[in-house]
Design a protein. Structure first.
Length: 217
């Protein structure tokens, strides 16, 4: 059984960053409680949840956490001589925390899957327009730095396993754009693909304005 699909207890890793479904993330695990969590995950189905810390620190506990997050699966794990771990994880699906359980010995919560709500369809033309704007943004940055831009597929994060699904393509784009944590969470928590498109479009505009301001100095 896949953990975290129907009110199932799931180990949780609160972070100061957002993990998107379909996106990869590297993690450095050094706290004893999260080492214990990792051992349990590796002995099980290798899955845990990632949620954003709204207030507080990643270290020591006592943090305030968001309700929405992403179920992740460990795809690569390496233990260092001093007991720390280096991980590569992949986001699988958005989840909603129904109840936080005692942090004993590490954070856990019962979660349910959080699929997109029905809404206006995201058209191919809308996706291409957003992708073109993202490419223009990266071309502007590359030109200013005197660098060559990689191929479009590499810049946009598409590759093997891409289904062409609008939600997946939007998450892939969001994982590649240097947007702030609040914007990343707005993209993750958008209730539908159309809302996610709007949130990401607004974030791209903000980044483009910031880039132009910095390059104008």
């Amino acid at each position: 059984m896949v953990v975290g699909m129907a009110g199932t207890p799931l180990p949780m890793f609160p972070l100061s960053s957002v993990l998107f479904p379909y996106a990869a993330m590297s993690l450095h695990v050094f706290e004893p409680r999260y080492r214990a969590m990792l051992h349990d995950c590796l002995d099980g189905d290798r899955r845990f949840g990632v949620v954003l810390i709204e207030r507080g620190s990643e270290v020591g506990g006592g943090d305030q956490r968001t309700t929405l997050g992403t179920r992740a699966v460990v795809v690569r794990a390496g233990e260092l001589p001093d007991g720390r771990w280096l991980l590569q994880v992949l986001g699988e699906a958005a989840v909603r925390v129904e109840e936080w359980l005692p942090d004993d010995p590490y954070p856990r919560a019962t979660v349910t899957s959080w699929p997109d709500e029905p809404g206006d369809p995201v058209t191919q033309a809308q996706l291409l327009d957003l992708e073109d704007r993202v490419m223009a943004l990266f071309e502007r940055i590359a030109t200013a730095r005197g660098a060559a831009l990689p191929a479009r597929e590499m810049v946009l994060g598409y590759g093997e396993g891409d289904t062409g699904d609008a939600g997946q393509r939007l998450y892939a784009l969001a994982s590649r754009i240097p947007i702030g944590t609040a914007d990343r969470y707005a993209v993750l928590s958008a209730p539908s693909a159309a809302d996610r498109l709007a949130a990401l479009s607004e974030a791209v505009d903000s980044v483009a304005e910031m880039v132009e301001f910095q390059l104008s100095d």
